[in-house]
Design a protein around this ligand. Structure first.
Ligand code: FCB
Length: 441
C-alpha cells in the first residue's frame, strides 16, 4: 500500500460519546441528555453522563494517542458547553476546556480536526423547535464564529457538521436518535436548515481563520448497488443514492437539490427561501467522508414509496452490527471525486464494532478489527492511485464509548475501556495501527 509521507493518519471521537461530565463547569443540557434519560430510548438503558470521563482524563487520552503515533485527532465540541442556552452568553469554562485540549494535542505533535456539530444540540434550542426552526441555523453560525475566533489560531482544520443525514433522518424521521421525532416533513426541513447552517457558518469561520486553514463538512455516504442489472433495480439504486447521498452532496456542491429526489418527496419538500441554495453552497476546502457500509436494493413496486427492498448480500462477512464491504469505500470515493471534485477528501470516519474482550493475558486480540482496517486502508490506497485527492484517514474510534441508541453494547474502539474503572487497554488493533503508521510515514 502506498501512502504519501504526510498522509494524516488519525482517530476520531465525538463529545457526547466520550466526555461525560455533563454538569461540569456550566455545561447546559443537550438533546442527548434529555433523550438518554427517557425510558426505553437506549438499548441498555445507559446514558453519556460519565461515558469515558474524557473531560477529566483528556491528558491521559492525548498521551495514549501520542503513544500510538497518530498524526491527527478529530473530536467534536459540545455546543452546550460553549453556549449553555444555545445562543447569547458564552461559557468561558467550556471554551477553556477545548483550548486546553488543543494545546495538549499540539504539544503532543497531533493536529486537531474540530467538528462543530456531532449531534448534541443545546436543549434550549430544541425547546424552540430545534433544527426545524430556521433561527437554529443562525445560532449555529454564531457558535461557529465564537469557536473559530477562540481556537482558530491553533486549530486549523474545521468541520461544520457530522453526518447531517443521521441528524435529520435518525433524529426526526425514524425517531431512534435525539430528539426522537417521527415526521418526514419536519425531517426534510431539518435537513435544509442543517445545510443552510453550514453555508452561513463557513464564511464566518473563514473570516476568523484566515489563510492556510481548511473548512469542510463530514457527511456519511453509502455506495448503492442494484440487486440485478435490470433497469427497474438500477432505477431503485439511483433513488436510494438520491435519498441518501445526493440530497446532501448536490446542494453542498452547487447543484441544488436533485430533481428526482425532490419529486419523490412530493408535498414533504422543505421550504427553501430565495438565496438559500447559493448560501449553502459556500465553497469548502475538503469533503469529509464517513463510510461504514454499502446498500444494495431491488425495486419493490408493492412496498410503500420509495419502493425499495434491501437485499444486502447475506453472504458477506459482518461486524457486530454491519456487513463488511471494503470495496464500497473505493467506489464512494471515486463517485464523490467524479461528481463533485472537492479540492481534497478525508475519510473522517471508518471503523468496526466487534464483541471483543480482554483475555487472560489482559490483552484484547481483535484480529477481526485489524483485518477490517487493513482491507479498508487498501481500498483507500487504491483510490489514491486512481487520482482521488485523499489526504487523511480517521479511524472510528480512539476508544470504546457511548454508541448512541446502542448504549455501551457496541464497542468500536481500538482501545478497550473498562467503564467501571475507566481503565484503557489498547487493543491489538491499536498496536497494529501504531506500527502501520510508523511504517507508512
Ligand atoms: C457514525 C457516527 C459516530 C459513531 C459511528 C459508529 O454514524 O458519526 O458517532 O456512532 O457511526
Amino acid at each position: 500500500m502506498d501512502f504519501p509521507k504526510d498522509f494524516m493518519w488519525g482517530v476520531a471521537t465525538s463529545s457526547y460519546q466520550i466526555e461525560g461530565a455533563v454538569h461540569a463547569d456550566g455545561r447546559g443540557e443537550s438533546i442527548w441528555d434529555r433523550f438518554t434519560h427517557t425510558p426505553g430510548a437506549i438499548k441498555d438503558g445507559s446514558t453519556g453522563d460519565v461515558a469515558c470521563d474524557h473531560y477529566h482524563r483528556y491528558r491521559e487520552d492525548v498521551a495514549l494517542m501520542q503513544s500510538l503515533g497518530v498524526k491527527a485527532y478529530r473530536f467534536s465540541v459540545a455546543w452546550p458547553r460553549i453556549l449553555p442556552q444555545g445562543t447569547g452568553e458564552v461559557n468561558q469554562a467550556g471554551l477553556d476546556f477545548y483550548s486546553r485540549l488543543v494545546d495538549a494535542l499540539l504539544e503532543a505533535g497531533i493536529t486537531p480536526f474540530v467538528t462543530l456539530y456531532h449531534w448534541d444540540l443545546p436543549q434550549a434550542l430544541e425547546d424552540r423547535g430545534g433544527w426545524n426552526n430556521r433561527d437554529t441555523a443562525e445560532a449555529f453560525a454564531a457558535y461557529a464564529d465564537v469557536m473559530t475566533r477562540r481556537l482558530g489560531d491553533r486549530a486549523r482544520y474545521w468541520m461544520t457538521h457530522n453526518e447531517p443525514w443521521c441528524t435529520a433522518f435518525l433524529g426526526y424521521d425514524m425517531g431512534i436518535f435525539a430528539p426522537g421525532i417521527k415526521d418526514l416533513k419536519v425531517t426534510l426541513q431539518v435537513s435544509h436548515h442543517l445545510l443552510l447552517s453550514h453555508g452561513l457558518a463557513v464564511p464566518a469561520m473563514r473570516a476568523n481563520l484566515g489563510d492556510g486553514a481548511a473548512v469542510g463538512i463530514a457527511p456519511n455516504f453509502m455506495p448503492v448497488y442494484p440487486a440485478t442489472d435490470a433497469p427497474e433495480d438500477r432505477a431503485a439504486a439511483r433513488r436510494l443514492d438520491g435519498l441518501f447521498n445526493r440530497w446532501f452532496a448536490d446542494p453542498l456542491f452547487g447543484k441544488g437539490y436533485p430533481q428526482d429526489t425532490w419529486d419523490l418527496y412530493g408535498e414533504n419538500v422543505p421550504d427553501v427561501q430565495p438565496g438559500d441554495i447559493e448560501t449553502l453552497a459556500a465553497p469548502v476546502d475538503f469533503l469529509g467522508v464517513n463510510y461504514y457500509n454499502p446498500g444494495t436494493v431491488a425495486d419493490a413496486p408493492d412496498a410503500p414509496p420509495p419502493h425499495l427492498r434491501d437485499v444486502s448480500d447475506p453472504d458477506l462477512e459482518r461486524t457486530a452490527d454491519r456487513i463488511i464491504y471494503p470495496e464500497g469505500l473505493y467506489d464512494i470515493l471515486v463517485q464523490l471525486h467524479r461528481d463533485y471534485n472537492p479540492p481534497a477528501l478525508y475519510i473522517t470516519e471508518n471503523g468496526a464494532a466487534f464483541h471483543d474482550e480482554p483475555g487472560e493475558d489482559s490483552r484484547v486480540h481483535d484480529a477481526g478489527r485489524i483485518a477490517f482496517l487493513e482491507a479498508h486502508f487498501a481500498q483507500a490506497a487504491r483510490a489514491l492511485k486512481a487520482g482521488v485527492p485523499l489526504k487523511g484517514y480517521f479511524v472510528w474510534t480512539l476508544m470504546d464509548n457511548f454508541e448512541w441508541a446502542a448504549g455501551y453494547t457496541l464497542r468500536y474502539g481500538i482501545t478497550w475501556v473498562d467503564f467501571e474503572t475507566q481503565r484503557r487497554i489498547p487493543k491489538d488493533s491499536a498496536l497494529w495501527y501504531r506500527d502501520f503508521i510508523r511504517k507508512h510515514s
